[in-house]
Design a protein around this ligand. Structure first.
Ligand SMILES: [Zn+2]
Length: 362
């Protein structure tokens, strides 16, 4: 990325700093010098440097959660308006997005609590609620700034973390595209409200509103054009999987609870090992092998083929029909199971599309 310097690398993630942030730091220190000499410059510089360290830790909250789901983060960029961790792909499941979105604010909350506890114990010599700005100690200022960051991040509007939380909650019920559409509209309504308040004389608020409005629109475009693992809409992610070490008997018990023609067999790491159909289970029963492992009866990915997240939806549907099977597994780049692409689901979506007049929003 242009105009940025590399600070270092933590577990595969390159930390970059945009030059405007360095200019910002220098300007702040210079302002401090004008007010209070060298001491003022050091204070101002220390405050901002620690603030951006807090922001970086927040981003590493997101990065750590994404890594937990097998999503790497090639780099994180620090800018004067915040951190930007660029994860390699969007999480496919709403629950994963929820956890990743909440992990950053959770880190910010912990930082604020630790600083608050330090102040309460008298470390650094500040008070919680300074009477005037002259009383503000470095740690008090840092604690309150982290509280503001926390609240700001949880505003339910894209591109803030709160917008992702809202989308993840909606997408669990309504699917990715509809969930995103609603989350985007909520965010934009908030942005318009913010702009109206800002127009009473707060330029900063108007700028933030514009930033929120445009960020929301970009997010919706990303989902609509399928950058979020293309077959997302066609993929059934609400699937109970059969553990790799299960016996045929245990698999049948699961099948009774959630009857479907094809089940996915997944190991403890979430990796996909094969498809198991109702027919496979009946075959094992007929052979009197109810206590054998499902691993002997499943069809491995080498035989059935898989769909890697991000495949063009048309290609994904074509492979499904070419396979002659009634479902194919959708996996991520590491072979982790994300969901099933089933004929039933594809037919439903195609039927719905043909019965409905062209939707101007999709
Ligand atoms: Zn965040």
């Amino acid at each position: 990325m242009g105009w940025s310097l590399t600070l270092g690398r933590v577990r595969g993630t390159v930390i970059r700093v945009h030059v405007t942030l360095l200019v910002f730091l220098a300007w702040y220190a210079w302002r401090g010098w004008q007010v209070a000499g060298p001491r003022g410059a050091v204070d101002q510089f220390a405050f901002l440097a620690l603030l951006f360290l807090s922001v970086l830790l927040h981003e590493f909250g997101h990065i750590g959660a994404a890594r937990h789901y097998g999503i790497p983060t090639p780099d994180v960029l620090l800018t004067p308006i915040g951190g930007l961790a660029r994860i390699a792909r969007m999480p496919e499941r709403p629950r994963e997005e929820l956890v990743i979105a909440l992990a950053g604010p959770l880190v910010t909350l912990v930082i604020a609590l630790v600083l608050g506890a330090g102040i309460a114990l008298g470390i650094g010599g500040g008070t919680f609620l300074p009477v005037s700005f002259d009383d503000v100690s470095l740690w008090t200022a840092l604690a309150w700034t982290n509280v503001v960051l926390l609240v700001f991040n949880l505003i339910p509007a894209f591109p803030m973390d709160g917008g992702r939380v809202l989308r993840a909650l909606l997408a669990g019920r309504l699917g990715m595209v509809r969930g995103t559409r609603i989350a985007v509209r909520v965010g934009q309504a908030l942005a318009v409200g913010l702009a109206i308040v800002g127009l009473q004389g707060n330029v900063m608020l108007v700028l933030i509103a514009a930033f929120v409005f445009l960020g929301a629109e970009a997010e919706y475009a990303a989902v609509r054009t399928g950058r979020i693992g293309a077959p997302a809409r066609l993929t059934d992610t609400d699937v109970r999987v059969i553990p790799l070490e299960a016996t045929v008997r245990e698999a049948l018990a699961l099948h009774d609870r959630e009857p479907r023609r094809t089940h996915a067999v997944v190991d403890g790491e979430g990796r996909f090992h094969g498809l198991l159909t109702e027919g496979d289970l009946l075959r094992a029963l007929a052979a009197g092998r109810a206590d054998s492992g499902v691993v002997q009866w499943l069809a491995p990915p080498a035989r059935t083929g898989v769909i890697v997240a991000g495949t063009d939806p048309d290609d994904a549907v074509r492979s499904l029909f070419a396979s002659g099977r009634d479902a194919l597994a959708v996996v991520d780049g590491q072979g982790r199971f994300l969901g099933l692409l089933t004929r039933d689901r594809v037919t439903d979506v195609l039927m719905a599309a043909s019965l409905r007049p062209a939707d101007p929003h999709e």
